[in-house]
Design a binder for this molecule. Structure first.
Ligand code: IVH
Length: 667
């Protein structure tokens, strides 16, 4: 295809794909199926690779994010991001209405809208392009999370229709319930702490350093506030209508209300209907419609006088506390769970409630047999909020946290500054053993796909495995006679164990399940210290010298290696051929020459791809950043670099170098 033709096709595909994104993510009304969408996307990716001169940061292909760490630049908000004052009763809402009516003689309208329970975001558009996305931060300045926000499919990168040349729009980034539940299942599978609620998950995701992770999390966004100078209407409600025509996702449940009775109707209606929404809401926001009147009423120090939030009551019921169970996790942490007399709460039957830790039990002063109040608030798992003392039996026994492990009877310990009690019997406590085995086989660790948690249980029950090294000493004769395992599955298990021997060192290190050594820490440790022997020998100082490793992680690593059983484990795994050092190709070309330097890559290059250059920088100890700041040391510039980046680098006097000059830096 000649470049002219390619340019036309690329631009057509970009428009088509953006239209389909809009239909799917904003209107919930797809016109084509996923397969057809993927084909168009694949064609566009192919053409953009073939014709890098047509690179565009706003292309739908860029919504996949990048797996390079980014730093968040702090940006001052043009208009402060204030919060709303909260009300909890209809009476307080009536008082708000009376306050407003005292301040103005005008006839006015209200707008009632849902209060979305996510994390707020401010988007700036110039000439129809998303140029910046900033979190609320402290209200005066927030973090520039543009790269992450660009991965949210319901946020338009380019606007449609007749939009103002420059404006800001604010809204809420949310993780839909369905995605939240899936994400937490995945996190539990790989031994990571699940998020407490969709709000935490959304704000945590938005602050991820890796925008490819953000892209994979499927965030959504509803916009509810347009700000700027030359806006097309005075009314807030009308502006939201416009925003929806420009391509934004705006709640369809927003309603104009003329008086307090109409507001109450909205509150009562949504107190019930909100349970059917796919995203979390925690109340209703009541705003005066006219921007002119809003301006006249102005703000107090913290919030506008022209709006309030009415918070939904968390649903609460009372029931009896029957008993407490204690669950032991992979790391040995013991979590108390309350067993309740089953009761209907917010549409589901609740039998259990989390108590988190010993401090929570103490704080609630629980006694067995107590009548307790249970709430389902923002948290998905119900919690006990208090005991109803009027029903307490005078002879009832107070709940005391157990002292011994419910699984292996070992005395529990609690480290200073920690809220959880732990069972220290890492190698002999069944749920810890099984939990470690389950973590070891997961996709992000050794990826042993022939094995699942049920087979682990089966092998454990049959005394075939007690630790991860035992897995590699399994024989076909051990497996084929087991109930539910035929020759085919047995062979598959052994084959996938064999394949796992090629898993690179950093993943093996992560798979060992050392407390606090997650994926990123394992990667850093492997890159820096290169072999398991070096890690074992490392002192606290050497370990904390590695980027992102603090004393808590370092102590946990030292503690792990001080256990002779763990040393034996490593010895056996080594004998079985697992990879305990960085591969030579990872080591080759590695240096520390760029250590402490932040570099930014921009444009297209002749000899290497951008990803190759980024990998080169990391391999030599440098850091890839995605936005220029005074802290950036070099801008590596290729062809077609954006003029604004170039200008900014020149303004901040950041040296601009070519790809050859980058290579020379490490000579
Ligand atoms: S309006 C000046 N509308 O609630 C007030 N806020 O405490 C601008 N929120 O930080 C906010 N849904 O994150 C507004 N429909 C809605 C909202 C909403 C959720 C959040 C927002 C804000 C907080 C206010």
């Amino acid at each position: 295809m000649d470049p002219n033709e390619a340019a036309k096709r690329i631009s057509h595909l970009r428009e088509e794909l953006e239209k389909h994104n809009y239909n799917y993510y904003v209107l919930n009304n797809p016109e084509i199926d996923d397969y057809a969408f993927d084909q168009l996307m694949a064609e566009l990716i192919g053409l953009e690779n073939e014709f890098p001169e047509f690179f565009d940061a706003d292309s739908p292909t860029q919504r996949i994010g990048s797996d390079h760490n980014q730093e968040f630049k702090q940006v001052a908000h043009k208009y402060l991001m204030l919060s709303l004052s909260n009300t909890y009763t209809e009476e307080e809402v009536r008082e708000f209405d009376q306050r407003v009516r005292k301040l103005t003689d005008e006839n006015f309208e209200y707008v009632c809208e849902l209060k979305f329970d996510g994390t707020s975001i401010s988007l700036t558009y110039e000439n129809g392009l998303l140029i910046r996305a900033v979190t609320r931060g402290d209200g005066e300045k927030g973090d520039d999370v543009t790269a992450n926000v660009k991965t949210i499919k319901s946020i338009p990168l380019k606007l449609r229709g007749d939009y103002p040349a420059e404006f800001e729009i604010r809204g809420e980034v949310l993780l839909p319930f369905a995605v939240f539940e899936m994400l937490n299942r995945e996190r539990e599978e790989i031994g990571e702490q699940p998020f407490a609620n969709p709000r935490n998950a959304a704000s945590g995701t938005l602050k991820c350093q890796n925008s490819a992770v953000v892209a994979s999390r499927k965030l959504d966004a509803y916009l509810y506030y347009v700000l700027g100078n030359n806006l097309p209407d005075d009314g807030h409600f009308e502006l939201l209508r416009h925003a929806s025509l420009w391509g934004f996702k705006v709640s369809e449940h927003t309603r104009k209300c003329r008086n307090i009775e109409e507001i109450f109707d909205f509150l009562r209606e949504w107190n019930v209907r909100r349970k059917d929404l796919p995203v979390a809401t925690d109340g209703v926001v009541i705003k005066i419609n006219s921007s002119a009147l809003q301006q006249e009423l102005g703000f107090t120090a913290k919030s506008p006088r022209w709006a309030i939030a009415y918070k939904f009551k968390a649903e609460r019921v009372s029931t009896t506390l029957n008993s407490i169970s204690y669950q032991v996790g992979r790391t040995g942490a013991v979590t108390p769970v309350a067993n309740l007399q089953p009761i209907l709460l917010a549409g589901t039957v609740v039998k259990r409630a989390t108590l988190h830790n010993a401090d929570v039990i103490k704080g609630l002063d629980l006694h067995f047999g107590d009548v307790v109040f249970v709430e389902k608030g923002g948290e998905i798992i119900p919690k006990i909020v208090s005991a109803d003392l009027t029903f307490r039996h005078p002879m009832s026994e107070a709940v005391r946290f157990i002292e011994h492990c419910p699984e292996c009877n070992t005395l529990l310990i609690r480290q200073e500054g920690e809220s959880a009690f732990y069972c220290p019997n890492e190698t002999g406590c069944p749920p810890q053993i099984k939990g470690k085995l389950e973590h070891f086989i997961t996709r992000k660790a050794m990826n042993i796909d022939g094995l699942g948690s049920e087979t682990i249980e089966l092998l454990f029950q049959n005394n075939l495995i007690r630790n991860i090294a035992d897995l590699y000493e399994l024989k076909i004769s051990d497996l084929i006679y087991l109930e539910r395992l035929g020759e085919k599955s047995a062979t598959r298990i052994l084959e996938s164990l064999e394949t796992s021997k090629t898993v690179p060192f950093e993943r093996v290190l992560f798979a060992l399940g050392i407390r606090y050594v997650g994926e990123t820490v394992a990667k850093k440790l492997a890159r820096e210290l290169k072999t398991i022997d070096q890690i074992e020998k490392a002192t606290i100082e050497e370990l904390t010298g590695v980027e992102e490793i603090g004393s808590k992680i370092a102590e946990s690593i030292i503690n792990w290696f001080s256990n002779d059983q763990n040393k034996q484990l490593i010895g056996r795994l080594k004998n079985n051929g697992l990879c305990f050092e960085l591969k030579t190709e990872q080591k080759a070309g590695q240096s520390e020459k760029l250590k402490g330097l932040s570099l930014i890559i921009s444009g297209t290059f002749e000899k290497f791809s951008r990803d190759e250059l980024k990998a080169f920088i990391e391999l030599n100890g440098g850091k890839n950043v995605t936005s220029i700041s005074a802290k950036t040391n070099y801008l590596v510039a290729g062809e077609n670099i954006g003029p604004s980046k170039l200008e900014k680098a020149q303004k901040l006097k950041i040296p601009i170098i070519s790809e050859d000059e980058l290579l020379q830096l490490t000579n």
